[in-house]
Design a protein around this ligand. Structure first.
Ligand SMILES: [Cu+2]
Length: 137
C-alpha cells in the first residue's frame, strides 16, 4: 500500500511539472487589446475552451457609450490584417462582447490570427483596438 501511494505521489508530481504549460493553454488565453488610430480603447480578450469551440470574451474600456462596435477574428496580425473576417464576434457594447466560435484554441493558434474591434457598423474601416492571438509566454 505504501509503495502504491508513493508511486501515485510521484506520478502526480511528475505530471504536474510536465503538464504545466499544456494546462495553461487548455485553460485558455488572455490577449491584450491595444488601441489603434487614436481610439483610446484598450482592454483584453479571454479565450476559453467551450465544447469543440472557443468562448471569446472581450473587455474594452474607453469606447463610445451606446454604440455597438463590430468585432471579429481575422487572419493575419494587427500590423497586417486580412480585411475579410475569419470569424464574427458579437459587437462590443458597454465594453463587453461574448461569443462562442466553432473553432478550437489550438486551431486559432495554428496560424497568425488577431481579434479586432471596429469603430461602428457605419465606420467599419476604422479599427479601434486589436490583439494578436498568441500564447502570452
Ligand atoms: Cu474585423
Amino acid at each position: 500500500m505504501k509503495k502504491i501511494l508513493a508511486c501515485l505521489a510521484f506520478g502526480v508530481g511528475l505530471g504536474m511539472a510536465a503538464q504545466t504549460p499544456v494546462l495553461a493553454a487548455d485553460m485558455g488565453l488572455k490577449i491584450d487589446l491595444a488601441a489603434q488610430n487614436g481610439s483610446g480603447e484598450t482592454g483584453y480578450a479571454t479565450l476559453q475552451p467551450h465544447g469543440k469551440g472557443t468562448q471569446v470574451v472581450i473587455h474594452l474600456k474607453g469606447g463610445p457609450a451606446g454604440v455597438a462596435q463590430p468585432a471579429h477574428i481575422h487572419s493575419g496580425t494587427c500590423d497586417k490584417l486580412d480585411p475579410k473576417p475569419a470569424f464574427g464576434l458579437k459587437p462590443v457594447k458597454g465594453g463587453m462582447s461574448s461569443t462562442v466560435v466553432p473553432v478550437s484554441i489550438d486551431k486559432l493558434l495554428a496560424s497568425p490570427m488577431a481579434i479586432n474591434v471596429h469603430e461602428s457598423a457605419k465606420d467599419l474601416k476604422k479599427y479601434v483596438a486589436c490583439g494578436d492571438i498568441k500564447k502570452s509566454m
